[in-house]
Write a protein that binds this ligand. Sequence first.
Ligand code: FE2
Ligand code: FE2
Length: 208
Amino acid sequence: MKRLNTLVLNITVTIIDYLYRGRDFQRFWVLEEIARAPYFAFLSVLHFRESLGLRGQWHLHLMKEHFEQSVNETEHLEYMESRDGNRYWIDRFVARHLVLVYYWINVVYYWLAPMSAYHLSEEIELHAAETYAEYLTRFPKDVKIWEIMNDEIHHWQELREAARIIHPDRLTVNEKDAEPFPPDVSDLGVTTQIIGYQEHELISETTK
Ligand SMILES: [Fe+2]
Ligand SMILES: [Fe+2]
């Protein structure tokens, strides 16, 4: 399933990269519009499972976390709107149709294979962070985008943690405390590590 996730994501990214070349904020707006859908889907499935009496010990933790992530993604979306990301009808048309399909895919996927659904979203969060990292190599003083990029990395870490605690062998929240968090970030993309370093430098300079 992980290979399928990566393949589908790579194809989608190639298409979006082609369609949105040279249009950074329209691309960011479309990505943010789509990025929210998995969190809505996770919440829907968790609510539904709970209604059927299938509430696990990790349930409330995940519901709170996915709610906060969906709010945070909405804040990103609003920011992209403030920078004209949704200005054109065609971008709104593309994003709103994509999100309709993607939401339902995530509902089914999370119900049937939650670990794989989390993996797909981890890949998307990582792609979002790398997309912002690439933009920041061109516009390093865009402080708000640094902030948003860090949020994406944070979401990626939270999804990894969520996938770990719902692993069939580790069904309790308590067990998650037994292992270190956040996870090792050495498997983040090289670009993002470099950007993280540059950001540190930037913050040091602005506080002088
Ligand atoms: Fe975002
Ligand atoms: Fe995100």
